[in-house]
Every structure is written in C-alpha cells, then in structure tokens.
Design a protein around this ligand. Structure first.
Ligand SMILES: [Fe+2]
Length: 291
C-alpha cells in the first residue's frame, strides 16, 4: 500500500491518495477546492497535482472519502466525480445530523437531509472494499458529530480528530460538536489501535514555525499529544478544550465551506443569470441602535 500526501498551504489541509501498487486501485481522501472569498473565485489548482499523480501512476480511483463536512476548505469531490464517475463518494452516515443543523442555520429549505448527495454513507465500524483496498470506518465524532476516521491496514486517516502531537486535537465548538465525544473517540477508538499504527492528520499548522508534518503514530500520540495523552482524564481534556475553543476565531472559510460541503461539494444551483451564490447569514450584535 502506498500513501501520498498533498498539502494545501492556503488552508493547511492535507489530501491523501491511498493506492495498491499492484492492482492500481486507489482512494482519494479530503480533496480541496480553492476558494477566494473577497473575489468569490473558485479554482481547481489544488487538485491538479492530485490528478497528475493519478495519471502518472495509472491509478484507478475507486472512492473519494470525506472524513467530515469541513469548515475550513471547500471539497473538490464533485469535480473528481466528473472525472472519475465510477468512484464512490462516501462520508459518515451522521452527515444527516450536520445537514439538518445547517439547513436551519442557512435557511436552505431545498437541502435534502438524508445524505443522498453522497453515494455512500458509512455506518460505525463498517468495512468496505474499494477494489483491493480494505477500509474500516471508525467513528470519531467530537469535532463534528459525523467525523469518521478511515483505517486501511496499519494506517488511519483521522481528519481533525487528532493532529500532530505538538498541535493536539480538533476544536469541538461547532454545532453538535462535543469535547466529551472527541475524548471518547480518541481515548477509546483511536488509542485502542496498535501503537505502531500510522496516523495521517487532516491539517498541519506548523506550530512554532517548524516544517510541515503530516504523519505520526498512535504510540506517539498516546505518549506526547500535548492535549490528549493516554493518561489525560476526560475532565482535564473537556475543561481544556472548552476553554480553548472560546478563544478561537471562526475559520476564514467557515460559511462558504459548510454550505458547499454539506451538499457533497455541489455549489448552490445557478440562478436565472447563470451565476451561483453563497449565503452569508448575519449575526447582528449591536450595543446601540437597530438595523
Ligand atoms: Fe474540520
């Protein structure tokens, strides 16, 4: 099994391709679509390198997997679906909960909340073969209620559940996020994997200006994750996470990302003038006067 990473420096996101070198079967995990909010420009620069790698290595793309509905980058899964129509676009089945929450928040009455925008909704611990690649979907909610980690043999792709040991874990303050759930996901699900299991993270922010890193192990995380070690208690973690999350700003691409990603990477339908528009719900907090 071969694993190739691709780093998007604009959103600090890691996209991965897992492939079987003998059969050429492959899956893409968390592909990025480039979006520039001030101009509204949508581009597909980030996946050009991914596409080149697929073509250079003659890979057969069997699946496109989302670890969760990302809040910091848009997904390019629909572009990839057009190029690889046979590939299965999959996400955790609790995406329905996330769709329900945000249908209300963005007032999107036409948004289906049954997950049908995706080809496949994975159940907890479901095992699925993508050609010769065997995947196990590990439920790791907390950052969002629908977060899944994808295990391929001795490798696990954890999305935003765990980061590199010097950065910690994902924030848990999005709607239906839960520090308690993330504690359970990490301490009971991920930390029960063998220590040698390779962990591939969904983001790296190069704390302290160090070089970008994307891979650790379960053993390293258990002994040195600065937020959640094996000996960290639930109370310690939940207190820490809840306090820390209160200090964090909303991700730069939060509102555009969520609207696109809960619809499996589809942009909003074109309006009569042939353009697509995203919504910007206002949160009005005035000390005086009224608008
Ligand atoms: Fe995320």
């Amino acid at each position: 099994m071969k694993i190739q990473h691709f780093f998007d420096s604009d959103t600090f996101t890691l996209t991965y391709i897992v492939s079987d070198e003998s059969t050429k079967d492959s899956v893409i995990i968390d592909p990025v679509l480039d979006f520039d909010p001030p101009s509204g420009r949508v581009r597909d620069q980030s996946i050009q390198e991914v596409l080149k790698y697929i073509s250079d290595n003659h890979l057969k793309v069997r699946a496109i997997l989302e670890t969760h509905a990302h809040a910091d980058h848009l997904s390019s899964s629909q572009i990839l679906k057009q190029i690889f129509p046979e590939a299965i676009l999959g996400i955790g089945e609790k995406i329905k909960v996330v769709q329900e929450v945000f249908r209300g928040h963005f007032n999107l009455p036409n948004l289906k909340t049954d997950g049908s925008q995706f080809d496949r909704l994975f159940k907890d611990f479901e095992e699925v073969d993508f050609g010769s690649l065997k995947m196990r979907a590990l439920p790791t909610p907390g950052h969002t209620p629908a977060c899944m980690s994808y295990q391929f043999g001795g490798n696990v792709f954890v999305g935003d559940a765990l980061f590199m040991p010097d950065y910690g874990t994902g924030r848990c303050d999005f709607p239906k996020g839960s520090a308690k759930d993330l504690y359970k996901s990490v301490s009971e699900i991920l930390y029960s994997l063998p220590d040698t299991t390779k962990v591939f993270v969904g983001h790296d922010y190069s704390p302290g200006g160090r070089e970008m890193k994307y891979q650790t192990t379960i053993g390293e995380s258990k002994s040195s994750n600065i937020q959640l070690k094996i000996e960290t208690s639930e109370r310690e973690y939940v207190d820490f996470r809840t306090t820390k999350d209160k200090t964090l700003k909303a991700p730069r691409l939060l509102l555009p990302s969520i609207q696109v990603n809960i619809a499996a990477g589809h942009l909003p339908d074109l309006e009569e003038n042939g353009k697509s528009y995203l919504k910007l719900p206002l949160s009005i907090e005035l000390k005086s006067g009224k608008l």
